[in-house]
Write a protein that binds this ligand. Structure first.
Ligand SMILES: [Zn+2]
Length: 207
């Protein structure tokens, strides 16, 4: 797998960190659990992340496998918690260097791609389950909406994590595709995806 590996020192504890994805915006130091933001100037400290409690899953940091025949490696994950649910979002790097967002909730997995937002951001005060919104020429039917918080994370993450900041999360569908939207202060993250069957995902044996 072709990867551009960057090595950096944690500004908090001095530990040596390896960054393998060019899409990484945040990394969590495995030695001191600090959340570190990455920009052109290097790493900056953003606050501590708690360690995640484990539960049965086929994924783990550094694990490799195939999704529908395409090789991937797991480079990071975060856990979101809503009022009565939680799910993990795993960050993958595929063999062509492209990033993937894999969500796992009660064993159900879905693979998402990030879409650049090209149309007006919906007014978040006006959203509810059952409403249809327009975004990037998709008609998105909202199936779930609620405030979620980040419970913790590890490894390399593809967005700027702000610890202890709840955010509004939407699940929806658009013509059979899954939609996930997160609202931040000024911007949104917009992902389109599809659910995966158990046999769509092959995990390589540990070396
Ligand atoms: Zn550290």
């Amino acid at each position: 797998m072709e990867m551009q590996v960057r090595e950096m020192d944690c500004p908090s504890c001095g530990g040596s960190l390896k960054l393998t994805s060019v899409y990484v915006r945040t990394t969590i130091c495995p030695y001191c659990d600090q959340t570190l933001h990455i920009d052109d100037f290097g790493l900056s400290v953003a606050g501590k992340q708690p360690k995640l409690a484990d539960y049965p899953t086929r994924f783990a940091l550094g694990r490799k496998g195939k999704i529908k025949g395409k090789n991937f490696e797991v480079v990071g994950r975060v856990r979101y918690r809503g009022e009565d649910c939680f799910w993990d979002e795993w960050y993958l790097t595929f063999e062509d260097g492209k990033p993937g967002w894999l969500t796992e909730e009660e064993g159900e997995c879905a693979l998402f791609n990030k879409e650049k937002v090209k149309s007006a951001v919906p007014d978040k005060s006006n959203l509810r389950v059952g409403k249809t919104i327009d975004l990037n020429n998709y008609k998105i039917f909202i199936t779930e909406i609620g405030e979620v918080s980040l419970e913790g994370g590890e490894g390399q993450l593809f967005f700027v994590v702000r610890p202890n900041t709840p955010l509004l999360h939407i699940d929806g569908n658009a013509g059979g595709k899954l939609v996930s939207i997160e609202f931040y202060e000024k911007e949104i993250e917009f992902h389109i995806g599809e659910s995966l069957e158990y046999e769509d995902i092959l995990i390589s044996k540990e070396a």
